[in-house]
Design a protein around this ligand. Structure first.
Ligand code: UD1
Ligand code: UDP
Length: 370
C-alpha cells in the first residue's frame, strides 16, 4: 500500500465538487493520482478544462443512452487493474453517482480504504432519487473516512452505526468551487446570453435532469415553465439542457420555439456560475445548484418530491415544490411579483459551508494515510 491518494470521479457534479480537493492536494504537494471514469464525456471534459486537471487514467466508459448495468460493470472492471497496480493509501470518491458506488466497491474488493466526500445525505426512499439514494447508502457501507457537509449528515451516519471517530463534518466542497469561480466582471461569450438585458428582464434559470422525473413529471415541469414565460412578458427563461436523450426529447417537445425561452447546450462551469449570479430565480432538480444558489442570494424552487438536502429548505433558501405544474407556477409567480417574499428568501444564510471544506478533508487524509 503506497501513501498516495487516488481520486476518482466521472460526472459533471463530481468533477466540480472534487476539483477543490485535487487543487488542495496539488498545492500541498501530496502524492495523488486522478482517475476519471468519464461516465460523462463532454460534460466531464468541460470541467477538467475549467479546473485544469489532467487525469492519470481515463476509463472512457460513456455510451449513448447508457444504462446502469453498463456503467456499474464498466467502472468496476476497468478500475480494477489501475487500483491493483497503484495500491493507493486511499481512494477518494464523491457523492452518489454510479461511478461513486462502483469505484468504492472495487476499492473494497482490493482492501483499499475509501474516503467519501459528501457523505450522509439521505431520503430513505429507495427509488427517489433513483439510483442515487441506494448508491450513497451502499457507498457508506464501503467507506472508512466519511466527509459529511453538515451536522445533519453526521447525525444520519451515527444513526446507521458508523463509528463517530470516522466522521468529519467539513462543509460542502461545492462552495469552495463556487468561490474559486465567481467573477462579477465576467462577460458572456455566448451570443444568446449576451443578448439578454439582465437589468430589465427577470431571468429564470432552469436545470432538470433527474431519472425519477423522466416522462410526465418532467413534461409537467416544462409546461409550468412555458406558462410562466407566457404569462409574464418581462420574464426570459434560460435552460442549459442536459445531454441525456430522455431530457432532450421532452425539452424539445414542450419548450422549443417558445418566445423568450432559450434552450442552450450544457454550459461550462465558469459562465454557468455567472448566469446563476445574474438570474432572478432558479428552478432546479439538481443537487449542486441548490447548494450553490444561496451563496449568490438566489431563491431556488426544488423540482423534486423528496430531498436529501433538508438544510436548504429549513434555512429558507429553497422551497420543495415537486413536479406539479400548478404548484410550480404558483410559487414562482409569488417570487416574481412579491418583492418582500423575494427579499426574505434571497437574504438567508447558506447552510452548506464557508468554502474551506477541501482543506479540512486533506488535513484528515494526511493524518490517516501515512
Ligand atoms: C448522472 C448521475 C446522476 C447525476 C447526473 C449529473 C448516475 C446513475 N446518474 O445522471 O446521479 O446527478 O449524472 O449530471 O450516476 N450524456 C452525454 N454527454 C455527457 C453526459 C451525458 O451525451 O457529457 C448522455 C449520454 O447519452 C449518456 C446519458 O446522457 O448515456 C446519461 O448519462 P448518465 O451518466 O448515465 O446519467 P445522467 O442522467 O447524466
Ligand atoms: N452546472 C454547469 N453547467 C450547466 C449546469 C450545471 O456547470 O449547464 C453545474 C452547477 O453549477 C453544479 C453542477 O453543475 O455545480 C450540478 O450538476 P448536475 O445538475 O448535473 O448534477 P447534480 O448536482 O444534480 O448531481
Amino acid at each position: 500500500m503506497s501513501n498516495t491518494i487516488a481520486v476518482v470521479f466521472g460526472t459533471r457534479p463530481e468533477a466540480i465538487k472534487m476539483a477543490p480537493v485535487v487543487k488542495e492536494l496539488e498545492r500541498r504537494g501530496v502524492g495523488h493520482s486522478v482517475i476519471v471514469t468519464a461516465q460523462h464525456r463532454g460534460m466531464l471534459d468541460q470541467m477538467l478544462e475549467v479546473f485544469a486537471i489532467k487525469p492519470a487514467h481515463d476509463l472512457n466508459v460513456m455510451l449513448h443512452n447508457q444504462d446502469l448495468f453498463h456503467v456499474t460493470t464498466a467502472v468496476l472492471n476497468q478500475i480494477k487493474p489501475i487500483l491493483a497496480a497503484e495500491r493507493p493509501g486511499a481512494l477518494l470518491v464523491q457523492g452518489d453517482t454510479t461511478t461513486t458506488f462502483a469505484a468504492s466497491l472495487a476499492a473494497f474488493y482490493l482492501k483499499i480504504p475509501v474516503g467519501h466526500v459528501e457523505a450522509g445525505l439521505r431520503t430513505w426512499n429507495k427509488y427517489d432519487p433513483f439510483p442515487e439514494e441506494i448508491n450513497r447508502q451502499l457507498t457508506t457501507r464501503l467507506t472508512d473516512l466519511h466527509f459529511t457537509p453538515t451536522e445533519w449528515g453526521k447525525r444520519n451516519l451515527l444513526a446507521e452505526g458508523v463509528n463517530p471517530s470516522a466522521i468529519f463534518t467539513t462543509g460542502n466542497t461545492v462552495i469552495d468551487a463556487l468561490l474559486m469561480t465567481v467573477d462579477p466582471a465576467y462577460v458572456f461569450a455566448d451570443p444568446i446570453l449576451k443578448s439578454i438585458d439582465f437589468q430589465k428582464r427577470k431571468v429564470i434559470l432552469l436545470t432538470s435532469h433527474r431519472r425519477e422525473n423522466f416522462g410526465e413529471p418532467m413534461r409537467e415541469i416544462f409546461r409550468a415553465c412555458r406558462e410562466l414565460v407566457e404569462s409574464h412578458p418581462d420574464v426570459e427563461l434560460v435552460y442549459p439542457v442536459h445531454p441525456n436523450p430522455n431530457v432532450q426529447s421532452s425539452a424539445k417537445e414542450i419548450l422549443a420555439g417558445v418566445p423568450r425561452v432559450h434552450l442552450i447546450e450544457p454550459m461550462d462551469y465558469r459562465p454557468f456560475v455567472q448566469l446563476m449570479n445574474k438570474s432572478t430565480l432558479i428552478l432546479t432538480d439538481s443537487g449542486g445548484v441548490q447548494e450553490e444558489a444561496p451563496s449568490l442570494g438566489k431563491p431556488v424552487l426544488v423540482l423534486r418530491n423528496t430531498t436529501e438536502r433538508p438544510e436548504a429548505i429549513e434555512a429558507g433558501t429553497g422551497i420543495l415544490v415537486g413536479t406539479d405544474r400548478v404548484r410550480i407556477v404558483k410559487e414562482a409567480t409569488r417570487l416574481l411579483t412579491d418583492s418582500a417574499a423575494y427579499a426574505d428568501m434571497s437574504t438567508r444564510i447558506n447552510p452548506y459551508g464557508d468554502g474551506k471544506a477541501a482543506g479540512r478533508i486533506v488535513d484528515v487524509l494526511l493524518k490517516h494515510i501515512s
